[in-house]
Design a protein around this ligand. Structure first.
Ligand code: PEP
Length: 246
């Protein structure tokens, strides 16, 4: 099974959402692919009503607090009213533009677990960190801090998203992706004592490059930004992977 998850970010209006649903339903889905879409909160209910049989529906962020004086935030408990399957946590845009820390991300993961929402923890190095040869150090720090002292008996996923590859058209080589994802799994096993976690690759994945980039034996799928905004393109990413064509 491969996992192809999309992240719409701050895109689409209700009209776009309705067209997306129509287009998604027209497509024949490959058997061995699990699709998921992280949508803006406002579209969670509509997407769930219309697409939950074909696709996991989740959100892009969640509050680190349970409730209280946090104007503008949405708690994990509120999300359970709309049967939210998963939430991204620690996306690099949140870390960079909203100054989210590993400690806050740690609390967000805990909130997800407490409310039956699967967290997808995003980790990845910046261009400077890559150039300084610090990729593995950064990945280990992010993983250990974000997952510190959390009971990990419930399912979660990790997305390896090099910051310099997001929305740029640049990608690591397939070997770099495989090596870094294998390393993430090693850290999860050795430092966090957790085996069998699915790890996705994210950063400029499209239907053309998916098969090559996601071919590594440790790579369980993709987190897709730009190319998830179009239903056909998004589904084609899954269709184009080896061994999954119907
Ligand atoms: C992302 O934002 O998680 C992402 C991978 O974006 P893109 O596919 O556009 O690079």
């Amino acid at each position: 099974m491969k996992y192809i998850f999309g992240n719409w970010k701050e895109n689409h209006t209700m009209n776009d959402v309705l067209s997306y649903i129509k287009e998604f339903k027209k497509q024949k889905l490959p058997l061995d692919v699990c699709y998921g879409l992280a949508v803006p909160y406002l579209y969670l209910q509509k997407m769930n009503q219309k697409l939950s049989k074909k696709c996991k529906i989740g959100v892009q962020n969640v509050s680190f607090s349970e409730k209280g004086e946090f104007t503008g935030e949405i708690s994990a408990k509120m999300l359970t009213d709309f049967s939210c399957d998963f939430s991204l946590v620690g996306h690099s845009e949140r870390r960079q533009k909203f100054k989210e820390t590993n400690e806050e991300i740690n609390k967000k993961i805990e909130m997800c677990f407490n409310n039956g929402i699967m967290p997808i923890l995003c980790v990845g190095e910046t261009k400077e960190e890559k150039e300084e040869g610090k990729t593995k150090k950064v990945l280990k720090t992010q993983l250990t801090k974000c997952l510190k002292d959390i009971n990990l008996s419930k399912q979660f996923m990790v997305a390896y998203e090099p910051v310099w590859a997001i929305g740029t058209g640049l990608t690591p080589t397939p070997k770099e992706i495989e090596d870094n994802i294998a390393y993430i799994k090693k850290v999860l096993e050795e430092n966090i004592k957790k085996v069998g976690v699915c790890v996705l690759y994210g950063g400029s994945v499209n239907p053309q490059n998916a098969k090559e980039l996601l071919n590594g034996k440790s790579v369980d799928g993709a987190l897709v930004g730009g190319a998830s905004l179009n239903a056909k393109k998004f589904i084609d990413i899954g269709k184009n992977l080896a061994n999954v064509r119907r």
